[in-house]
Design a protein around this ligand. Structure first.
Ligand code: GLN
Length: 214
């Protein structure tokens, strides 16, 4: 005898079996807010999982998606190289692990940086086809907020910019998801997200929720 399977039941069953483990790079910068936002987004999506601090390659065990937070891109880059995380992140991202870089993290995701990145000899992870200007908004305004339209995420997202970079150019498979004036402030390339602002300080889980759904 045939048994009717409820689609709802199947989806619920799959969601229960998924156990996500978000890693948040914790060598420097604002970290705990990303852990909190990730855990809130998981709860809202009905996903089981946890968010953990990543300081060493061993901390990456079991991590299936990674956030590189804001801070100082020069320092974070050096500490990633020193800890042995740099090449590991590159390899895992190229294998398809979702990675979200915010602010300084966004700078590190880029293939190309501005003069300052070059002068400071900052090694970028170089994962996304984009060019960033490291202190684009930093020089002018240091910190400010702006309402952002983010494709597929929000019509009005509270964007918090702190000495923020801008994405000057994207190419290849990298597409803009949000703009502020002429500049791109959020982009996606397959499993990778780069954001010039701080979604973890917005009070909303919409961006973390998108990241968890990649
Ligand atoms: N402009 C900073 C840098 O170059 C990033 C600022 C931030 O992450 N809030 O690293």
């Amino acid at each position: 005898m045939k048994r009717a399977i409820s689609v709802d039941k199947v989806i619920k069953g799959l969601a229960c079996r998924l156990h996500v483990k978000v890693g948040v790079i914790a060598v420097q910068g604002d970290v705990s807010e990303h852990v909190t936002a990730s855990e809130r987004a998981m709860a809202e999506l009905g996903l089981k999982g946890s968010a953990v601090y990543v300081r060493t390659p061993e901390d990456m065990n079991g991590v299936d998606r990674l956030i590189i937070p804001g801070g100082e891109s020069t320092t974070i880059s050096k500490l990633l190289l020193k800890s042995g995380l740099f090449e590991l992140i590159r390899r895992r991202a190229e294998e398809g692990m979702p990675v979200m870089g915010t602010c300084a993290g966004c700078i590190l995701m880029a293939k190309k940086g501005d003069d300052q990145v070059e002068k400071t000899h900052t090694r970028l992870l170089g994962l996304m086809n984009m060019k960033v200007d490291r202190n684009f908004y930093g020089r002018q305004r240091e910190s400010f907020e702006a309402k952002l339209k983010i494709d597929g995420v929000s019509e009005s997202f509270r964007g918090v910019f702190i000495r923020a970079p801008a994405i000057l150019e994207v190419w290849g498979r990298c597409v803009p998801l949000s703009r502020l004036g002429n500049e791109i402030v959020m982009a996606r390339e397959d499993n990778l997200l780069g954001l010039a602002f701080h979604p973890e300080l917005s009070g909303s889980t919409e961006v973390h929720s998108l990241f968890l759904r990649i």
